[in-house]
Design a protein around this ligand. Structure first.
Ligand code: GTP
Ligand code: SPV
Ligand code: MN
Length: 602
């Protein structure tokens, strides 16, 4: 097979000459193709079949132990002008980056098959969807892209019609961490990734295209590419609000997107549209609409149980690729927090009872890697929204930002305005997680949960966000903006809030705010719920804990605002003045409140 698109033909030829593969395979995206690739990977032992009785068509892939997460220090945005990439990105000049990457790719596919993967991010018939082509030498990438995107013939047909696509070149190379780079060239819609076979480093449609390149395109064209889940919250009366929420990696997007309400919430329903990425456009009426560019989930496995996330738990019992989990003696997948079964073989493939290095006993580490993942098609989600495939997307009522913070950030609060909400998003801070290589548990700034994913200068990005208030035909229709934190802890390190399904109690308040059905208290940092307005029926939570979750320490918040100011200043004159004005207002309100003279702020 080949294509009528000249640019694609000549790019494939050029890459063939550079990488010198023995075979070229154009992916058509069929089930037969998937099955054949899986069979050959089982033969070559890069995939292991899991127990076919308990987990039909489930496979385990163990990646190289040095290749288990995104590598932010080796991820670059290469632009003509360094300040366009901004202090939020690693930058390299285009010529040096290309020279480096071409040297790595030279002859790297000798003896291997080069796969050409045409894919579409977003419903195939959506005007908001965008196509790409990934060239890779990894069959693991191909089968993941089949589950995660609309891949193959239908995407190629769209590319041939439109004539446009993002070029992504990938090779697993030698998996040498010293020879691992993920380079983005947003000015020419291209990506080059070498030396990793893992998730966001290798499945180029996801973070590389749908966030870094797409965020750049969105700025040029007036839309937003965000690290957000999209859900539909349906009330017993049958009204549905669509909500988009940005939390940093491994901070609860998949779980919130698949929420199963607790007993007390009979008649309520959460529909999943997306669990990681949202592309949002203003329509002619000034309404912000979102599509999910993905078609599947690459989700965190540890912590997923029948209790915490029954929706995901059920979904991953069949037709699922597991990466870096442990296995029970009868080859069922196992991970920390599964709450059933015992691990027999850890994620290194080593017997858990052996003395060998890498085994759980010796390393005293977890049996499944903390960033182990499942890959599964969205079609397997019982709560997949019927509107997830709608070409026009869904209207967004509320945007939520959040992070993982032991202290400081309250359970929920609402911004006073769109502009104040942009400051709230820009101020997100969160503890680092295993989703990226490096130390876990350090608080760092992660504006809009986009620190690792914004393909351009954050200063320009905030300006772009602010511009929506001016651009909308009816700014009052813009979503309300909230901030949540499910992760407050007590002195003993226990979570104060039950989280998971009980997060619907907070979503309910958010929906009521959007409908103007509930009042709120104005505090210096935003609107807070009255304690009695968060429904805690059926929860074992004391009024004191609720007060703690919904209080702020003025002094500590003043320090936080100072730290945010210092952070914003890093972006120099690219930081919009409007953010400083919003910040000054919050500080002034905090100071009034500190002297005990806080008046109602409306
Ligand atoms: P990425 O796929 O990396 O972008 O992560 P994500 O934001 O989708 O996070 P995910 O929902 O997979 O959750 C990550 C971890 O946080 C899992 O181990 C969850 O069990 C845990 N988690 C999710 N929601 C909650 C919550 O409400 N409370 C608590 N305590 N833990 C949660
Ligand atoms: C994340 O880290 O936010 C993920 C996983 O969703 S990865 O695809 O590896 O980026
Ligand atoms: Mn993510």
């Amino acid at each position: 097979m080949t294509t009528t698109n000249k640019a694609l033909q000549s790019w494939v030829k050029e890459i063939e000459a550079l990488t010198q593969p023995s075979l070229i395979h154009w992916c058509n995206g069929s089930d037969d193709e998937y099955d054949a690739l899986v069979a050959s990977m089982v033969d070559s032992e890069t995939l292991q079949p899991l127990n076919p009785e308990t987990h039909p068509d489930c496979y385990l892939h163990l990646s190289d132990p040095s290749d288990v997460a995104r590598v932010e220090q080796f991820t670059f945005v290469c632009t003509d002008n360094e300040t366009d990439a901004g202090p939020n990105n690693n930058w390299m000049d285009i010529v040096t980056a290309k020279r480096k990457m071409n040297a790595l790719f030279k002859g790297c596919m000798q003896g291997r098959t080069l796969y050409v993967i045409p894919y579409c991010m977003g419903p195939i018939d959506s005007p908001y969807a965008r196509c790409g082509v990934e060239i890779t030498d990894s069959p693991y990438v191909v089968i993941n892209m089949k589950l995660m995107t609309r891949m193959g013939d239908q995407a190629l047909a769209r590319i041939e019609k439109e004539g446009q696509f993002v070029k992504g070149l990938h090779s697993t190379g030698e998996l040498d961490p010293e020879r691992r780079f993920i380079m983005h060239f947003p000015e020419e819609n291209s990506i080059m990734s070498y030396g990793s076979g893992y998730g966001g480093n290798a499945l180029l449609g996801k973070k590389c295209h749908a966030l870094r390149i797409a965020s750049w395109q969105g700025r040029q064209e007036g839309w937003l590419a965000e690290h957000m889940l999209i859900l539909g919250l349906e009330s017993p009366e049958g009204d549905t609000h669509y909500i988009a929420a940005a939390f940093p990696s491994a901070c609860g997007k998949t779980n919130l997107a698949m929420l199963i309400p607790p007993e007390q919430y009979s008649g309520w329903k959460v529909w999943t549209l997306g669990d990681d990425i949202a592309w949002m456009h203003l329509d002619d009426e000034g309404q912000l609409r979102a599509i999910n560019p993905e078609a599947g989930y690459f989700g965190v496995v540890p912590g997923t149980s029948e209790k915490t996330n029954p929706c995901a738990y059920n979904m991953i019992q069949k037709n699922t690729i597991y990466t870096n989990v442990a296995q029970t003696a009868d080859k069922q997948p196992w991970w920390e927090g599964k709450k059933t079964g015992e691990p027999a073989i850890d994620w290194h493939g080593i017997d858990c009872s052996s003395e060998q290095e890498g085994s759980v006993n010796i390393a005293k580490g977890p049996a499944a890697h903390p960033n182990s993942r499942f890959t599964v098609s969205a079609k397997q989600n019982k709560n997949y929204s019927s509107l997830a495939e709608a070409p026009e997307g869904v209207p967004i009522s509320a945007i939520i930002f959040g992070g993982r913070r032991r202290e400081l950030a309250p359970l929920v609060h609402e911004s006073f305005s769109w502009e104040h909400g942009v400051l709230m998003g820009a101020s997100v801070a969160s503890e680092t997680t295993a989703a990226a290589a490096g130390q876990v548990g350090l608080v760092r700034r992660d504006p809009m949960a986009m620190k690792p994913f914004c393909g351009y200068n954050f200063g320009d990005y905030w300006e772009h966000w602010l511009s929506f208030a001016k651009k909308s035909a009816q700014p009052e229709k813009l979503p309300r903006i909230f901030h949540v934190n499910w992760f407050r802890q007590d002195d003993a390190g226990e979570f104060l809030w039950p989280g998971f399904g009980d997060n619907i109690r907070v979503l309910q308040w958010i929906a009521q705010r959007c409908e103007g059905k509930v009042d709120a208290q104005a505090t210096p940092i935003g609107f807070f719920p009255e304690i009695e307005d968060i429904n805690t029926t059926g929860l074992e939570i004391t009024a004191n804990t609720m007060r703690e979750l919904l209080s702020i320490d003025t002094h500590v918040w003043l320090e936080e605002m100072d730290a945010i100011k210092v952070y914003l200043e890093q972006y120099g004159d690219r930081t919009p003045q409007e953010l400083y004005r919003q910040l000054a207002k919050v500080i002034a309100r905090l100071k009034v409140s500190e002297t005990g003279k806080l008046q109602a702020i409306a």
